[in-house]
Design a binder for this molecule. Structure first.
Ligand code: SF4
Length: 452
């Protein structure tokens, strides 16, 4: 019996490695499920019907419908940075942004009656570059959004901003609508890395000024994103960027390890393929960067969430500031739902459906739009939770899992647990299941056992 199971584990492992080799989207943990692809297409009315079904059932069964978030995608940027993994494109002019706001407004109007009994919890405006909108455009967008939907007073309201397009009038509009969190994409302050990655418009003085303005406007949470390992950067360059940002004292800093957007990015800049990058280049580079981060955060009063090298991103919170979890970007919460609006947005109806709007913004006609979708079960939700835990900290609390899902992780995933034990990749420490992964690739390969 055992021999058979061990053969199956070996075969699965070989299959998972093969799957990952073919997978070109590199290692975005949220994309892992996409290995199973989106198997069918849905129209706007069909999507709305699913939401109504979920909300009506929730109301009928007295279920808690308080954890529904709203995500708005603004797909425009000043120019396209070479390392960028996000769905975005250069803005072609004021009219394009105006047309896009009309389109978003049409979407809001379309969904508004289905959500009339919902108070959204958190709002996240991501991109692209939301701050590329003028203050008048941002104001129109938010006025429409608050006209069509209701929001809880104490939720997190975030807008991503590029320091070079964010302005006092935009901050002012965001504050008027209760936005409390700004996430600045800075990525690097190394001149060569910025040039190589087509972001050489970025200037430290502007970054400094924007962070200080955002503080003055009273945002309770100000985050800065950086990237370790960019093409054209060096360890010293990264150290310098991190130090300069830490001296500005944003409330949080999140550092991402470079996830190359395309094979050509690696071939052109690193002269290697994806396998060599993640096997030989990435792990030692990240370990060195983490040592640097540990020293700088001690010096400037930041607390790291963890310095685990098998993670993809590391959050640092200013000791003197009691803000949110430093790693809390837009991840959507477990047990929660997200209504995504706009091109490229993703939506999630808990235990029912995941879908994404994968279309470009070239025309804004709701009638012709189709979403790529897949049904999800409660077990899929659990697997997703586990994979997200692996992304964050290589451990899972069994009691928290039980609290969220009302079920026992070991019982729900007996094969994955058995396989990982056989491979000596997990052990128990009190209430926790600890994973011994060496690098991000491991998380993908072994995470697939939970999706089997
Ligand atoms: S500004 Fe941000 S979203 Fe836009 S291209 Fe650069 S990294 Fe991507």
């Amino acid at each position: 019996m055992d021999k058979n199971i061990n053969d199956i584990i070996r075969q699965d492992l070989a299959r998972f490695r093969g799957l990952l080799k073919q997978y070109d989207n590199f290692y975005d943990i949220n994309q892992l499920h996409a290995l199973a692809k989106y198997p069918f297409l849905l129209s706007y009315p069909q999507v709305k019907k699913h939401w109504k079904q979920y909300i009506d059932a929730g109301i009928r069964n007295n279920k808690d419908l308080k954890n529904v978030d709203l995500y708005l995608h603004i797909p425009f940027c000043r120019s396209k940075c070479s390392y960028c993994l996000f769905p975005s494109m250069p803005l072609k002019g004021k009219t394009q942004a105006e047309g896009y706001i009309d389109y978003l407004t049409e979407e809001m109007h379309f969904y508004s009656n289905a959500f009339r009994n919902i108070e959204f919890r958190n709002i996240y405006i991501g991109g692209g570059t939301p701050s590329i909108l003028s203050s008048a455009q941002m104001s129109r967008l938010l006025k429409n959004m608050f006209g069509y939907f209701a929001f809880r007073k104490n939720g997190q309201r975030t807008s991503e901003c590029n320091p070079h397009s964010a302005s006092k009038p935009v901050f002012s509009v965001l504050r008027d609508y209760g936005f409390n969190r700004i996430s600045f994409g800075v990525q690097s302050l190394n001149t060569k890395a910025l040039r190589v990655n087509k972001r050489d418009y970025q200037d430290f003085k502007v970054v400094k000024q924007r962070i200080s303005e955002a503080k003055r406007f009273g945002f309770t949470d100000i985050n800065v994103d950086l990237i370790a390992g960019l093409a054209g950067d060096t360890l010293e360059g990264f150290e310098n960027s991190f130090t300069k940002v830490a001296k500005l004292k944003p409330y949080n800093i999140v550092v991402y390890g470079l996830m190359p957007p395309r094979n050509s990015y690696l071939a052109d800049n690193f002269h290697m393929n994806k396998y060599d990058y993640f096997t030989y280049h990435y792990p030692p580079m990240i370990k060195k960067a983490l040592r640097v981060m540990a020293v700088i955060c001690r010096k400037y009063g930041y607390i790291p969430d963890s310095l685990d090298p098998s993670k993809f991103h590391w959050g640092f919170r200013d000791k003197g500031h009691s803000g949110e979890d430093p790693g809390s970007g837009y991840t959507g919460e477990y047990g929660g739902c997200t209504l995504g609006l706009g091109s490229f947005s993703r939506s999630h109806i808990h235990g029912l459906l995941e879908y994404r709007n994968a279309q470009y913004v070239s025309h804004f006609n709701l009638r012709d739009r189709l979403f790529e979708a897949k049904k999800i079960t409660l077990k899929d939700e659990m697997a997703k939770y586990i994979i997200n835990c692996l992304d964050r900290e290589s451990r899972i609390s069994l009691s928290i899992f039980n609290e969220i899902f009302g079920d026992n992780l070991i019982k729900v995933f007996p094969y994955a647990i058995y396989a990982l034990k056989q491979l000596k990749l997990i052990y128990y420490a009190k209430d926790n299941l600890i994973f011994r992964f060496r690098n991000p690739e491991d998380k993908y390969i072994y995470g697939l056992f939970f999706l089997k």
